[in-house]
Write a protein that binds this ligand. Structure first.
Ligand SMILES: Cc1cc2nc3c(=O)[nH]c(=O)nc-3n(C[C@H](O)[C@H](O)[C@H](O)COP(=O)(O)OP(=O)(O)OC[C@H]3O[C@@H](n4cnc5c(N)ncnc54)[C@H](O)[C@@H]3O)c2cc1C
Ligand SMILES: *[C@@H]1O[C@H](CO)[C@@H](O)[C@H](O)[C@H]1NC(C)=O
Ligand SMILES: *[C@@H]1O[C@H](CO)[C@@H](O)[C@H](O)[C@H]1NC(C)=O
Ligand SMILES: *[C@@H]1O[C@H](CO)[C@@H](O)[C@H](O)[C@H]1NC(C)=O
Ligand SMILES: *[C@@H]1O[C@H](CO)[C@@H](O)[C@H](O)[C@H]1NC(C)=O
Ligand SMILES: *[C@@H]1O[C@H](CO)[C@@H](O)[C@H](O)[C@H]1NC(C)=O
Ligand SMILES: *[C@@H]1O[C@H](CO)[C@@H](O)[C@H](O)[C@H]1NC(C)=O
Ligand SMILES: *[C@@H]1O[C@H](CO)[C@@H](O)[C@H](O)[C@H]1NC(C)=O
Length: 501
């Protein structure tokens, strides 16, 4: 007798859920349709592509993906989200490492910004208004066509929306700052649907929070930025050392740190790139750099470090000397993102930001390289590590105080990106990939004092990170919490690692 009632209960429960679900989606559907916003719903033929993540480790089912074309429409979508009791998120370029552009969890209402791609440049003020649906390649091309530039990362397909919300590091950052630094006004829609223009004078607290933690506070529709003259000479430098034993590699990273602390001029940029060696105990060690100054001083700036290094296996200057060519070379793809489809990957990534005033010991550098040379050799993942130069004296990133904007980790010498993909870049992600990447970070931190004040980078966002409030936001977290309470009291803009009240 027992099975029947329980089956019935289950049936009633399922029907109830289906009913609830269809009621919700019917309202949402009519709300969005009523607002005139093109939207894609579960069951639509384009839902799978509209809800696909860049990182295929995540498969998420948003409540809908809406494509507004104006700030007013963004406001209507937020209002529809509120009326349907949904969390709301923006998707810029969709390149979040943990699919936060899809909400980072199931059931969020996604505001896809890709229909808002205007860029207007005022050539008398040398300012630009950039809608947040643009990708970095589009921004670089449009500014360069007017002889201008701004700091931003390398990948053409990364969205300026997410990138500038959380920082935005690129090879011009030592001379111009992070992507968020040239922003002097942000046009945004708040959690109650109000459209605002935030500056240092109007909504100053909101402006502060948007520069480093924007997704927790608003949907930004455009940023207004000061631009720089595109450098008249620029070049990329590439050096590589194959089959480097781990102790030489540890020494090489340590001496790169020493060189960095000596304060190379701000037009100098660079990162170490470490990848799998051809036998256990070795790594492939490389340096990619750029120079935005006078022709002839690129290599001489790097020479003090090269003098400490073994002879490279290969070295070359890449590019034709024009600024936009270095942007294209560093991106490794077309800058015009309408020309080819975006890629995808299946990966786990972490970050580590080392404090400028407390550099790594030689022991920590060597332990790191030993781990990569041994565990990295046997790992079945495709992995790389980038050690990006943020600091050293002369870096613009560090000139701005940590508490001047929500971005809290400016006093950083190096930002490590530690990244491992499944062997064929497709799911499933191997379970040992997590412990492998976690161990990379541990190999450094466990060889430094427990008081070491390291951080993590919000744009290399990590769904497994413990203590992320401190690692990402450090001393700015309490102020962010109180502003969250003020600007989003109902936690509409909630996602994994959003600011909690
Ligand atoms: C191939 C690749 C290369 C990269 N290279 C660099 C690099 O050189 N330097 C660097 O600093 N980073 C780099 N990154 C990291 C990149 O900056 C982040 O992943 C960034 O957050 C992506 O922004 P998005 O708009 O493409 O992503 P999305 O997934 O669309 O958004 C990321 C986050 O920002 C939020 N968001 C997006 N748009 C808005 C908006 N308009 N208003 C409010 N919130 C918004 C989303 O909700 C989400 O939380 C790279 C990433 C990849 C995949
Ligand atoms: C989201 O829903 C899909 C389909 O129902 C499911 O496969 C996936 O595991 C869910 N993801 C999360 C994070 O709950
Ligand atoms: C959404 O639909 C509900 C139910 O029809 C209605 O009460 C509400 O006003 C609508 N909201 C918007 C923003 O149109
Ligand atoms: C450029 O900015 C100036 C100063 O704010 C303004 O007077 C002018 O109208 C702007 N030009 C354009 C084309 O927007
Ligand atoms: C450290 O850098 C200084 C220059 O600032 C240089 O003179 C010295 O040789 C370097 N030491 C090492 C170990 O690389
Ligand atoms: C240099 O390269 C860029 C793009 O990669 C191209 O637009 C430009 O025309 C080139 N300039 C010269 C002088 O070849
Ligand atoms: C940052 O900290 C300094 C020193 O404590 C303080 O004087 C300043 O007002 C702070 N700035 C902001 C924006 O909170
Ligand atoms: C919306 O929120 C902002 C910021 O908290 C507030 O200034 C504004 O008055 C609110 N608008 C409405 C209509 O409640």
């Amino acid at each position: 007798m027992a099975p029947l009632p329980s089956t019935l209960r289950r049936l009633v429960a399922i029907l109830g859920l289906v009913h609830l679900f269809s009621t919700v989606s019917a309202d949402l559907d009519s709300n969005l349709t009523g607002a005139g916003v093109r939207s894609v719903f579960p069951g639509d033929s384009d839902y799978a592509s509209a809800s696909a993540a860049f990182n295929l480790r995540f498969t998420l089912d948003p409540a809908a993906v809406a494509y507004p074309t104006t700030p007013q429409e963004v406001s209507s979508v937020i209002q529809a989200g509120i009326d349907n009791n949904l969390n709301v998120v923006a998707r810029g370029g969709g390149h979040s490492y943990v699919a936060n552009g899809l909400g980072g969890k199931n059931g969020s209402l996604v505001i896809d910004m890709s229909s808002m791609k205007a860029i207007s440049i005022n050539s008398s003020t040398n300012t630009a208004i950039i809608e947040t649906g643009n990708r970095l390649g589009d921004v670089a091309l449009a500014l360069n066509n007017a002889g201008r530039a701004m700091p931003h990362g390398t990948c053409s397909y990364v969205g300026i929306g997410g990138h500038s919300a959380f920082g935005g590091y690129g090879f011009t950052s030592r001379q111009w700052g992070l992507a968020l630094d040239p922003i002097f006004a942000i046009n945004a829609v708040l959690a109650n649907g109000t459209i605002v223009r935030a500056t240092e004078d109007s909504y100053p607290d909101l402006f502060w929070a948007l520069k480093g933690a924007a997704p927790s506070f608003a949907i930004t529709t455009s940023i207004e930025v000061n631009t720089y003259p595109a450098p008249s000479y620029a070049i990329v430098m590439e050096y590589s050392w194959s089959n480097m034993d781990f102790s030489t590699a540890g020494q090489a990273m340590y001496s790169f740190q020493n060189f960095s602390l000596s304060g190379p001029a701000s037009p100098f940029a660079g990162e170490l790139v470490i990848s799998k060696g051809s036998q256990a105990g070795q790594v492939t060690f490389a340096f990619t750099g750029a120079w935005y100054g006078d022709e002839g001083s690129a290599v001489s700036t790097l020479q003090p470090w090269l003098d400490t290094m073994p002879t490279p296996t290969s070295s070359q200057l890449v590019g034709n000397g024009s600024y936009i060519d270095t942007v294209a070379q560093l991106s490794g793809s077309s800058l015009d993102t309408s020309q080819a489809p975006d890629s995808s990957d299946t990966f786990y990534a972490k970050s580590l930001m080392t404090p400028e005033d407390d550099p790594m010991s030689l022991e920590a550098c060597t332990a790191f390289m030993k781990y990569l040379a041994n565990e990295g050799f046997s790992s079945d993942t495709n992995w790389f590590v980038e050690v990006e130069l943020y600091g050293g004296p002369n870096s613009k990133i560090l000139e701005i105080p940590n508490n001047a904007t929500a971005f809290s980790r400016r006093d950083t010498l190096f930002t490590f990106q530690l990244y491992a993909s499944s062997s064929n870049s497709l799911p499933p992600y191997p379970e040992d990939g997590y412990s492998f990447v976690d161990g990379m970070v541990d190999s450094v931190t466990s060889n430094m004092p427990s008081s070491w004040n390291y951080g993590a980078y919000t744009n290399y966002i990590d769904d497994q990170l413990e203590n992320w409030q401190t690692l990402y936001f450090n001393g700015n977290y309490p102020k962010l919490q109180s502003l969250k309470d003020q600007f989003d009291p109902n936690n509409i803009f909630m996602f994994p690692t959003s600011i909690a009240e």
